[in-house]
Design a protein around this ligand. Structure first.
Ligand SMILES: Cc1ncc(COP(=O)(O)O)c(C=O)c1O
Length: 408
Protein backbone atom coordinates (compact mmCIF):
# COMPACT_ATOMS: atom_id res chain seq x y z
CA UNK A 1 0.00 0.00 0.00
CA UNK A 2 1.21 3.52 -0.57
CA UNK A 3 -0.61 4.34 2.68
CA UNK A 4 2.35 4.04 5.06
CA UNK A 5 0.71 4.70 8.38
CA UNK A 6 1.85 2.49 11.24
CA UNK A 7 0.46 -1.07 11.47
CA UNK A 8 -2.81 -1.23 13.37
CA UNK A 9 -3.84 2.20 12.19
CA UNK A 10 -4.95 1.21 8.71
CA UNK A 11 -8.44 2.54 8.29
CA UNK A 12 -8.47 4.50 11.53
CA UNK A 13 -9.67 7.80 10.17
CA UNK A 14 -8.02 10.98 11.30
CA UNK A 15 -8.64 14.57 10.42
CA UNK A 16 -12.34 14.26 11.33
CA UNK A 17 -14.35 16.35 13.73
CA UNK A 18 -14.01 20.03 14.48
CA UNK A 19 -17.12 20.88 12.54
CA UNK A 20 -18.92 23.87 14.06
CA UNK A 21 -21.50 22.74 16.61
CA UNK A 22 -25.11 23.40 15.62
CA UNK A 23 -27.95 24.18 18.04
CA UNK A 24 -29.66 20.90 19.00
CA UNK A 25 -33.15 22.29 18.33
CA UNK A 26 -32.87 22.76 14.55
CA UNK A 27 -34.84 20.60 12.13
CA UNK A 28 -33.37 18.39 9.41
CA UNK A 29 -33.91 20.94 6.61
CA UNK A 30 -31.89 23.55 8.54
CA UNK A 31 -29.30 21.01 9.62
CA UNK A 32 -28.61 19.98 6.03
CA UNK A 33 -27.92 23.60 5.07
CA UNK A 34 -25.53 24.32 7.95
CA UNK A 35 -23.86 21.01 8.87
CA UNK A 36 -20.26 20.37 7.82
CA UNK A 37 -19.01 23.94 8.47
CA UNK A 38 -15.29 24.23 9.14
CA UNK A 39 -14.41 27.78 8.05
CA UNK A 40 -10.99 27.83 9.76
CA UNK A 41 -9.87 24.87 7.63
CA UNK A 42 -11.27 26.37 4.43
CA UNK A 43 -9.94 29.96 4.30
CA UNK A 44 -13.34 31.10 5.58
CA UNK A 45 -15.17 29.80 2.50
CA UNK A 46 -18.92 29.41 3.06
CA UNK A 47 -18.96 26.55 0.57
CA UNK A 48 -16.38 23.90 1.55
CA UNK A 49 -13.92 23.57 -1.36
CA UNK A 50 -13.04 20.45 -3.30
CA UNK A 51 -9.84 18.86 -2.01
CA UNK A 52 -8.91 17.26 -5.32
CA UNK A 53 -5.75 15.62 -4.06
CA UNK A 54 -4.60 12.04 -3.72
CA UNK A 55 -2.06 12.73 -1.00
CA UNK A 56 -1.10 15.23 1.73
CA UNK A 57 2.03 16.68 3.30
CA UNK A 58 2.96 14.36 6.12
CA UNK A 59 6.35 15.36 7.48
CA UNK A 60 8.10 13.49 10.31
CA UNK A 61 7.90 12.99 13.23
CA UNK A 62 4.83 10.85 12.32
CA UNK A 63 3.73 10.08 15.86
CA UNK A 64 3.35 13.78 16.73
CA UNK A 65 1.41 14.48 13.55
CA UNK A 66 -0.91 11.54 14.20
CA UNK A 67 -1.38 12.53 17.85
CA UNK A 68 -2.68 15.93 16.67
CA UNK A 69 -5.60 13.99 15.18
CA UNK A 70 -5.90 16.35 12.26
CA UNK A 71 -3.62 14.77 9.69
CA UNK A 72 -4.70 13.44 6.35
CA UNK A 73 -2.49 10.94 4.63
CA UNK A 74 -3.98 9.53 1.44
CA UNK A 75 -7.39 9.98 -0.18
CA UNK A 76 -8.18 6.25 -0.28
CA UNK A 77 -8.50 6.53 3.51
CA UNK A 78 -9.37 10.18 4.17
CA UNK A 79 -10.20 13.40 2.37
CA UNK A 80 -11.75 16.62 3.77
CA UNK A 81 -14.35 16.78 0.96
CA UNK A 82 -15.51 13.27 1.86
CA UNK A 83 -15.79 14.39 5.46
CA UNK A 84 -18.27 17.15 4.63
CA UNK A 85 -20.59 14.75 2.77
CA UNK A 86 -20.15 12.20 5.56
CA UNK A 87 -21.03 14.75 8.23
CA UNK A 88 -24.25 15.66 6.39
CA UNK A 89 -25.28 12.02 6.02
CA UNK A 90 -24.27 11.20 9.59
CA UNK A 91 -26.42 14.00 10.97
CA UNK A 92 -29.33 13.20 8.65
CA UNK A 93 -29.40 9.54 9.76
CA UNK A 94 -28.59 10.28 13.41
CA UNK A 95 -25.56 7.96 13.56
CA UNK A 96 -22.20 8.10 15.28
CA UNK A 97 -20.12 7.84 12.09
CA UNK A 98 -20.62 7.82 8.32
CA UNK A 99 -18.50 6.99 5.30
CA UNK A 100 -18.99 7.67 1.60
CA UNK A 101 -18.12 5.33 -1.28
CA UNK A 102 -17.78 5.35 -5.04
CA UNK A 103 -21.31 3.90 -5.47
CA UNK A 104 -24.14 2.33 -3.52
CA UNK A 105 -22.80 -1.11 -4.41
CA UNK A 106 -19.36 -0.01 -3.17
CA UNK A 107 -20.94 0.85 0.20
CA UNK A 108 -23.01 -2.34 0.37
CA UNK A 109 -20.20 -4.71 -0.62
CA UNK A 110 -17.64 -3.08 1.74
CA UNK A 111 -20.18 -3.20 4.58
CA UNK A 112 -21.17 -6.84 4.13
CA UNK A 113 -17.61 -8.05 3.50
CA UNK A 114 -16.49 -6.35 6.72
CA UNK A 115 -18.56 -8.65 8.89
CA UNK A 116 -18.74 -12.07 7.19
CA UNK A 117 -16.29 -14.90 6.93
CA UNK A 118 -16.45 -18.41 5.45
CA UNK A 119 -19.10 -20.52 7.14
CA UNK A 120 -21.21 -17.55 8.30
CA UNK A 121 -24.85 -17.12 7.38
CA UNK A 122 -26.37 -13.95 5.96
CA UNK A 123 -30.16 -13.63 5.99
CA UNK A 124 -31.52 -11.44 3.20
CA UNK A 125 -35.03 -10.46 2.24
CA UNK A 126 -35.77 -11.44 -1.37
CA UNK A 127 -37.26 -8.07 -2.03
CA UNK A 128 -34.04 -6.24 -2.96
CA UNK A 129 -32.43 -4.10 -5.64
CA UNK A 130 -31.07 -6.40 -8.40
CA UNK A 131 -27.39 -5.53 -7.77
CA UNK A 132 -27.70 -6.45 -4.08
CA UNK A 133 -29.54 -9.66 -5.03
CA UNK A 134 -26.59 -10.60 -7.23
CA UNK A 135 -24.00 -9.76 -4.59
CA UNK A 136 -25.77 -12.09 -2.15
CA UNK A 137 -26.61 -14.87 -4.60
CA UNK A 138 -23.31 -14.92 -6.52
CA UNK A 139 -20.36 -13.41 -4.63
CA UNK A 140 -21.13 -14.46 -1.03
CA UNK A 141 -21.62 -18.18 -1.84
CA UNK A 142 -18.28 -18.11 -3.73
CA UNK A 143 -16.65 -17.00 -0.46
CA UNK A 144 -18.32 -19.84 1.46
CA UNK A 145 -20.90 -17.55 3.07
CA UNK A 146 -24.37 -19.11 3.23
CA UNK A 147 -27.30 -16.92 2.26
CA UNK A 148 -30.77 -17.66 3.61
CA UNK A 149 -33.45 -15.93 1.58
CA UNK A 150 -36.65 -14.72 3.20
CA UNK A 151 -39.79 -14.31 1.07
CA UNK A 152 -42.03 -11.27 1.46
CA UNK A 153 -44.63 -13.49 3.20
CA UNK A 154 -42.07 -14.93 5.66
CA UNK A 155 -40.69 -11.44 6.25
CA UNK A 156 -43.92 -10.53 8.05
CA UNK A 157 -42.86 -12.65 11.05
CA UNK A 158 -39.15 -11.90 11.54
CA UNK A 159 -38.84 -13.99 14.71
CA UNK A 160 -39.73 -17.19 12.82
CA UNK A 161 -37.94 -16.19 9.59
CA UNK A 162 -34.76 -15.76 11.64
CA UNK A 163 -34.86 -19.09 13.47
CA UNK A 164 -31.09 -19.83 13.54
CA UNK A 165 -27.95 -17.79 14.27
CA UNK A 166 -26.74 -15.47 11.53
CA UNK A 167 -24.01 -12.85 11.11
CA UNK A 168 -25.90 -10.23 9.10
CA UNK A 169 -29.55 -9.55 8.27
CA UNK A 170 -30.05 -7.36 5.20
CA UNK A 171 -33.22 -5.66 4.02
CA UNK A 172 -34.69 -2.70 2.13
CA UNK A 173 -37.76 -0.87 3.30
CA UNK A 174 -39.51 0.38 1.25
CA UNK A 175 -38.14 -2.15 -1.21
CA UNK A 176 -37.19 -1.84 -4.87
CA UNK A 177 -39.28 -1.75 -7.07
CA UNK A 178 -42.65 -2.33 -5.35
CA UNK A 179 -42.24 -0.32 -2.15
CA UNK A 180 -42.99 -3.17 0.27
CA UNK A 181 -42.69 -1.99 3.89
CA UNK A 182 -40.94 -4.21 6.47
CA UNK A 183 -41.13 -3.93 10.24
CA UNK A 184 -37.80 -2.44 11.35
CA UNK A 185 -38.41 -2.88 15.08
CA UNK A 186 -39.37 -6.55 14.73
CA UNK A 187 -36.40 -7.23 12.44
CA UNK A 188 -34.03 -5.49 14.82
CA UNK A 189 -35.29 -7.59 17.77
CA UNK A 190 -35.02 -10.79 15.74
CA UNK A 191 -31.52 -9.87 14.56
CA UNK A 192 -30.43 -9.24 18.18
CA UNK A 193 -31.75 -12.66 19.21
CA UNK A 194 -29.92 -14.32 16.30
CA UNK A 195 -26.69 -12.47 17.15
CA UNK A 196 -26.77 -10.69 13.78
CA UNK A 197 -26.17 -7.13 12.67
CA UNK A 198 -29.18 -5.55 10.99
CA UNK A 199 -28.17 -3.64 7.83
CA UNK A 200 -30.91 -1.59 6.16
CA UNK A 201 -30.78 -0.02 2.70
CA UNK A 202 -32.56 3.32 3.22
CA UNK A 203 -32.12 4.55 -0.37
CA UNK A 204 -35.83 4.62 -1.24
CA UNK A 205 -37.01 6.26 1.97
CA UNK A 206 -34.12 8.76 2.39
CA UNK A 207 -33.27 10.07 5.88
CA UNK A 208 -35.98 12.70 5.39
CA UNK A 209 -38.67 10.01 5.52
CA UNK A 210 -37.14 7.36 7.75
CA UNK A 211 -34.20 6.77 10.11
CA UNK A 212 -33.70 3.01 10.53
CA UNK A 213 -31.14 3.51 13.33
CA UNK A 214 -33.98 4.89 15.46
CA UNK A 215 -35.76 1.55 15.10
CA UNK A 216 -32.75 -0.55 16.06
CA UNK A 217 -30.86 -1.05 12.77
CA UNK A 218 -27.10 -1.34 13.30
CA UNK A 219 -26.03 0.09 9.94
CA UNK A 220 -27.80 2.07 7.25
CA UNK A 221 -26.57 1.96 3.65
CA UNK A 222 -27.46 4.26 0.77
CA UNK A 223 -27.06 4.57 -2.93
CA UNK A 224 -26.09 8.26 -2.79
CA UNK A 225 -26.51 8.20 -6.57
CA UNK A 226 -30.25 8.57 -5.93
CA UNK A 227 -31.97 11.05 -3.61
CA UNK A 228 -28.89 12.12 -1.62
CA UNK A 229 -27.09 13.41 -4.72
CA UNK A 230 -30.47 14.19 -6.23
CA UNK A 231 -29.49 15.39 -9.71
CA UNK A 232 -28.58 12.20 -11.64
CA UNK A 233 -25.06 13.54 -12.14
CA UNK A 234 -22.95 11.36 -9.85
CA UNK A 235 -22.48 7.88 -8.45
CA UNK A 236 -21.99 7.56 -4.69
CA UNK A 237 -22.73 5.34 -1.73
CA UNK A 238 -22.79 5.75 2.04
CA UNK A 239 -22.96 3.81 5.28
CA UNK A 240 -23.91 5.17 8.71
CA UNK A 241 -23.70 3.54 12.15
CA UNK A 242 -21.67 3.05 15.31
CA UNK A 243 -18.01 4.15 15.30
CA UNK A 244 -16.68 0.69 16.23
CA UNK A 245 -18.49 -0.88 13.26
CA UNK A 246 -17.15 1.89 11.03
CA UNK A 247 -13.58 1.10 12.09
CA UNK A 248 -14.04 -2.39 10.64
CA UNK A 249 -15.59 -1.03 7.47
CA UNK A 250 -12.65 1.38 7.07
CA UNK A 251 -10.24 -1.55 6.96
CA UNK A 252 -12.28 -3.32 4.24
CA UNK A 253 -12.61 -0.07 2.28
CA UNK A 254 -8.87 0.38 2.27
CA UNK A 255 -8.59 -3.10 0.69
CA UNK A 256 -11.46 -2.83 -1.79
CA UNK A 257 -10.81 0.81 -2.66
CA UNK A 258 -14.32 1.81 -3.78
CA UNK A 259 -13.47 5.39 -2.84
CA UNK A 260 -15.50 8.41 -3.93
CA UNK A 261 -13.72 10.96 -6.10
CA UNK A 262 -13.48 14.31 -4.22
CA UNK A 263 -15.37 16.12 -6.98
CA UNK A 264 -18.27 13.66 -6.68
CA UNK A 265 -18.12 14.10 -2.88
CA UNK A 266 -18.50 17.86 -3.40
CA UNK A 267 -21.51 17.32 -5.69
CA UNK A 268 -23.00 14.86 -3.19
CA UNK A 269 -22.71 17.40 -0.33
CA UNK A 270 -24.12 20.15 -2.56
CA UNK A 271 -27.05 17.91 -3.50
CA UNK A 272 -27.72 17.08 0.14
CA UNK A 273 -28.20 20.75 1.04
CA UNK A 274 -31.60 20.61 -0.70
CA UNK A 275 -32.54 17.02 0.18
CA UNK A 276 -35.38 17.99 2.54
CA UNK A 277 -36.94 20.38 -0.01
CA UNK A 278 -36.69 17.89 -2.88
CA UNK A 279 -38.01 14.93 -0.92
CA UNK A 280 -40.99 16.95 0.35
CA UNK A 281 -42.02 17.56 -3.29
CA UNK A 282 -41.24 13.97 -4.28
CA UNK A 283 -43.44 12.72 -1.42
CA UNK A 284 -46.26 14.92 -2.71
CA UNK A 285 -45.72 13.79 -6.30
CA UNK A 286 -45.68 10.12 -5.23
CA UNK A 287 -48.92 10.45 -3.30
CA UNK A 288 -50.72 12.45 -6.01
CA UNK A 289 -49.59 10.19 -8.88
CA UNK A 290 -50.42 6.97 -6.96
CA UNK A 291 -53.92 8.31 -6.23
CA UNK A 292 -54.58 9.60 -9.74
CA UNK A 293 -53.31 6.53 -11.61
CA UNK A 294 -55.04 3.99 -9.38
CA UNK A 295 -58.29 5.25 -10.95
CA UNK A 296 -57.05 4.74 -14.53
CA UNK A 297 -58.78 1.83 -16.35
CA UNK A 298 -55.54 0.60 -17.99
CA UNK A 299 -53.77 0.27 -14.64
CA UNK A 300 -54.22 -3.13 -12.98
CA UNK A 301 -52.25 -2.35 -9.84
CA UNK A 302 -50.45 0.56 -8.19
CA UNK A 303 -47.67 -0.32 -5.77
CA UNK A 304 -46.63 2.39 -3.34
CA UNK A 305 -45.43 2.16 0.27
CA UNK A 306 -48.34 1.15 2.51
CA UNK A 307 -50.75 0.12 -0.26
CA UNK A 308 -49.97 -3.62 -0.13
CA UNK A 309 -52.04 -4.23 3.05
CA UNK A 310 -53.46 -2.54 6.15
CA UNK A 311 -50.50 -4.03 8.04
CA UNK A 312 -47.98 -2.30 5.77
CA UNK A 313 -49.98 0.94 5.97
CA UNK A 314 -49.77 0.79 9.78
CA UNK A 315 -46.03 0.10 9.59
CA UNK A 316 -45.50 2.99 7.18
CA UNK A 317 -47.39 5.31 9.56
CA UNK A 318 -45.23 4.13 12.45
CA UNK A 319 -41.77 4.22 10.91
CA UNK A 320 -41.98 6.69 8.00
CA UNK A 321 -42.56 10.46 7.86
CA UNK A 322 -43.32 10.41 4.12
CA UNK A 323 -43.68 7.68 1.49
CA UNK A 324 -41.15 8.82 -1.13
CA UNK A 325 -41.39 9.36 -4.86
CA UNK A 326 -41.40 5.84 -6.30
CA UNK A 327 -44.67 4.44 -7.64
CA UNK A 328 -44.91 1.17 -9.59
CA UNK A 329 -47.74 0.63 -12.08
CA UNK A 330 -48.72 -2.73 -13.52
CA UNK A 331 -50.49 -2.19 -16.82
CA UNK A 332 -53.15 -4.27 -18.50
CA UNK A 333 -51.66 -5.76 -21.69
CA UNK A 334 -48.26 -6.85 -20.33
CA UNK A 335 -44.94 -5.94 -21.90
CA UNK A 336 -46.46 -4.55 -25.12
CA UNK A 337 -48.62 -2.13 -23.13
CA UNK A 338 -45.67 -1.11 -20.95
CA UNK A 339 -43.53 -0.45 -24.04
CA UNK A 340 -46.31 1.62 -25.68
CA UNK A 341 -46.72 3.63 -22.48
CA UNK A 342 -42.99 4.34 -22.14
CA UNK A 343 -42.79 5.49 -25.78
CA UNK A 344 -45.64 7.96 -25.31
CA UNK A 345 -44.18 9.82 -22.31
CA UNK A 346 -43.23 13.40 -23.13
CA UNK A 347 -41.83 14.78 -19.84
CA UNK A 348 -40.86 11.67 -17.93
CA UNK A 349 -37.54 10.25 -19.20
CA UNK A 350 -37.33 6.54 -19.88
CA UNK A 351 -34.23 5.63 -17.88
CA UNK A 352 -33.24 3.44 -14.95
CA UNK A 353 -32.25 4.95 -11.57
CA UNK A 354 -34.29 7.24 -9.33
CA UNK A 355 -34.07 10.12 -6.91
CA UNK A 356 -33.12 12.91 -9.33
CA UNK A 357 -35.01 16.16 -9.87
CA UNK A 358 -36.35 14.81 -13.18
CA UNK A 359 -38.94 12.02 -13.26
CA UNK A 360 -37.80 8.69 -14.70
CA UNK A 361 -39.71 5.61 -15.80
CA UNK A 362 -38.26 2.16 -16.33
CA UNK A 363 -39.38 -1.44 -16.71
CA UNK A 364 -37.79 -3.50 -13.88
CA UNK A 365 -37.96 -6.57 -16.18
CA UNK A 366 -35.42 -4.82 -18.45
CA UNK A 367 -33.36 -2.92 -15.88
CA UNK A 368 -33.00 -3.48 -12.12
CA UNK A 369 -34.38 -7.07 -12.16
CA UNK A 370 -33.37 -8.19 -15.67
CA UNK A 371 -31.17 -11.03 -14.39
CA UNK A 372 -34.06 -12.80 -12.59
CA UNK A 373 -35.97 -15.61 -14.35
CA UNK A 374 -39.56 -14.59 -15.26
CA UNK A 375 -41.01 -16.94 -12.62
CA UNK A 376 -38.70 -15.43 -9.95
CA UNK A 377 -39.88 -11.95 -10.95
CA UNK A 378 -43.50 -13.11 -10.86
CA UNK A 379 -43.03 -14.49 -7.34
CA UNK A 380 -41.82 -11.02 -6.27
CA UNK A 381 -44.85 -9.35 -7.89
CA UNK A 382 -42.92 -7.93 -10.86
CA UNK A 383 -45.02 -8.55 -13.99
CA UNK A 384 -44.18 -7.97 -17.69
CA UNK A 385 -46.50 -4.92 -17.53
CA UNK A 386 -44.82 -3.39 -14.46
CA UNK A 387 -43.31 0.07 -14.88
CA UNK A 388 -41.44 1.84 -12.08
CA UNK A 389 -41.95 5.59 -11.88
CA UNK A 390 -39.32 7.53 -9.95
CA UNK A 391 -40.91 10.93 -9.61
CA UNK A 392 -38.83 14.09 -9.62
CA UNK A 393 -39.69 17.56 -8.39
CA UNK A 394 -41.79 18.74 -11.33
CA UNK A 395 -45.27 20.11 -10.66
CA UNK A 396 -47.65 17.26 -9.78
CA UNK A 397 -50.36 18.31 -12.26
CA UNK A 398 -47.86 18.24 -15.14
CA UNK A 399 -46.69 14.76 -14.22
CA UNK A 400 -50.22 13.43 -13.86
CA UNK A 401 -51.11 14.88 -17.26
CA UNK A 402 -48.04 13.39 -18.99
CA UNK A 403 -48.59 9.96 -17.38
CA UNK A 404 -52.36 9.93 -18.00
CA UNK A 405 -52.02 10.98 -21.65
CA UNK A 406 -49.41 8.25 -22.24
CA UNK A 407 -51.79 5.70 -20.66
CA UNK A 408 -54.77 6.92 -22.70
C1 LIG B 1 -32.21 0.42 -3.37
C2 LIG B 1 -30.88 0.47 -4.05
N1 LIG B 1 -29.78 0.16 -3.36
C3 LIG B 1 -28.56 0.18 -3.93
C4 LIG B 1 -28.39 0.52 -5.24
C5 LIG B 1 -27.02 0.51 -5.84
O1 LIG B 1 -26.52 1.81 -5.93
P1 LIG B 1 -25.45 2.30 -7.03
O2 LIG B 1 -26.11 2.19 -8.35
O3 LIG B 1 -25.16 3.69 -6.60
O4 LIG B 1 -24.28 1.37 -6.91
C6 LIG B 1 -29.51 0.89 -6.01
C7 LIG B 1 -29.33 1.27 -7.43
O5 LIG B 1 -30.27 1.36 -8.18
C8 LIG B 1 -30.78 0.85 -5.39
O6 LIG B 1 -31.90 1.16 -6.08
Amino acid sequence: MSDERPPGEVGAKRGRGRFDALPPWIGLGTRLIHAGRRPELNAGAVVPPIYQTSTYHYPPPFSEAAAGGDVHLYTRTDNPTHEVAEELIRQAEGGEAARVFASGMGAISATILSFVRTGDTVVALEDLYGGSLQLFSDLLPRLGVKVRWVTAAEAQVPASALHAPARVVYLETPSNPLGRVHDLTAWSEAADTAGALLVVDNTFATPVNQNPLEFGADLVVHSGTKYLGGHSDLLAGAVVGAADLMDRIDVTTSYLGAVLDPFAAFLLARGMRTLALRVARQNENGRRVAEALSRHPRVLRVDYPGRASPREEALAVRQMRGRGGVVALTLEGGEAAATRFLKKLRLVHVASSLGGVESLASAPTATSHVHLAPEERARRGIAPGTVRLALGVEEPDDLIRDLSEALD
